[in-house]
Write a protein that binds this ligand. Structure first.
Ligand code: ATP
Ligand SMILES: Nc1ccn([C@@H]2O[C@H](COP(=O)(O)O)[C@@H](O)[C@H]2O)c(=O)n1
Ligand code: MG
Length: 239
C-alpha cells in the first residue's frame, strides 16, 4: 500500500538553469512517493516490499556529479550508483560487452540503454538499500524510457548540476584519473552529446516538476550547501 505524505513544496524555492528555457519546478512529493518498482510474480504485478527512493543525478561532463554524490552519501546515507563507473567495471571485468563499451566511452557516445539499465538493475536488486543516487543516468530519452520499462519506476527527484562549458572542460582536463575519455577530442563529443541528447531529458523532468537545478560553480562545499536542503526536506517528509 502506498502512503501519502505532506507536500514538500514549501521547503523548496524554484531554481533556474542557464541551459533550460523554463524554471525548474517544485518537488511533487505526492507523485514522487507514490511511484515504485513493481515485480512480476505468477503473472501478477505486486509492489516491492519497500518502495525505493530514487534520485537521478544529471549534468554535463565534469559538472561535479560524482563529487557531490560522495557528499550526499556521507551526509544522508544514500547508495551511489554511477552508470559510468558500472560501465567501466564491465570493461575491467572483460565481459562480453566490454570492448563495445570501451569503444563507445572512448568516442564519448552513449552505450545502448539495455546494457546500462541491466547493470543498474543488478545493483539495485542486490542492494539492501532503499534510497539510490543514480549518477550520470539517464543520458538520453532512450535511457529514460528503457529504465522505466525495465525497472518499472520513475525517479522521485532529479538533480541537475548546471555548469558552464569552459569550467567543465577545465575540470575534466585536470581530473587526472586516467580516464580514456578525459581528453579534448572526446570532451568535445561528450559536450555535444550532452546538449543534443541529455538536455531534453533534463527538460522532461523539469516539466514533470521533479527537477532541482544546482549552480555548480564555486567551491565544492558551497555547492553542497545548495544540495543539503533538498535532502534534509526529503528526510523530514519521509520520516
Ligand atoms: N566545485 C568544484 N570546483 C573545482 N573542481 C571540482 C569541483 N567539483 C568537482 N571538481 C573536480 O572536477 C573534476 C570532475 O568532477 P566529477 O568527477 O565529480 O564530475 P562528474 O560530473 O562526475 O564528471 P563525469 O560526468 O565526467 O563523470 C574532478 O577532478 C573533481 O575533483
Ligand atoms: N547512462 C550512461 C552513462 C555513461 N555512459 C558512458 O560512460 C561515459 C562516462 O560516463 P560518466 O558519467 O562517468 O562521465 C559517458 O561519456 C558515456 O560514454 C553511457 O553510455 N550511458
Ligand atoms: Mg562522474
Amino acid at each position: 500500500m502506498w502512503r501519502r505524505v505532506a507536500s514538500l513544496s514549501s521547503f523548496f524555492s524554484s531554481s533556474s538553469s542557464s541551459f533550460l528555457p523554463q524554471t525548474a519546478s517544485r518537488l511533487n512529493a505526492w507523485e514522487s512517493l507514490t511511484t515504485g518498482i513493481a515485480q512480476q510474480a505468477n503473472g501478477v504485478i505486486v509492489p516491492k516490499e519497500k518502495t525505493p527512493f530514487i534520485t537521478f543525478v544529471l549534468g554535463g561532463p565534469g559538472s561535479g556529479k560524482g563529487t557531490q554524490c560522495i557528499k550526499i552519501v556521507e551526509t544522508f546515507g544514500f547508495t551511489h550508483l554511477s552508470a559510468g563507473d558500472l560501465l567501466r567495471r564491465e570493461i575491467a571485468s572483460n565481459s562480453a560487452d566490454g570492448a563495445m563499451i570501451l569503444n563507445t566511452i572512448k568516442e564519448g557516445k552513449i552505450v545502448p540503454s539495455q546494457v546500462t539499465v541491466k547493470l543498474l538493475q543488478k545493483e539495485m536488486e542486490s542492494s539492501d538499500s532503499n534510497k539510490f543516487l543514480i549518477d550520470g543516468f539517464p543520458r538520453t530519452e532512450e535511457n529514460r524510457v528503457s529504465f522505466e520499462r525495465i525497472i518499472g519506476v520513475e525517479p522521485n527527484v532529479v538533480l541537475f548540476f548546471d555548469c558552464p562549458e569552459e569550467e567543465m572542460v577545465k575540470r575534466v582536463l585536470n581530473r587526472n584519473q586516467g580516464r580514456v575519455d578525459d581528453n579534448l577530442e572526446t570532451i568535445k563529443t561528450r559536450l555535444k552529446v550532452f546538449e543534443a541528447l541529455s538536455l531534453p531529458v533534463i527538460n522532461y523532468y523539469s516539466q514533470r516538476g521533479k527537477l532541482y537545478t544546482i549552480k555548480a560553480v564555486g567551491a565544492e562545499d558551497e555547492i553542497f550547501e545548495q544540495v543539503r536542503p533538498i535532502f534534509t526536506a526529503i528526510e523530514q517528509a519521509v520520516a
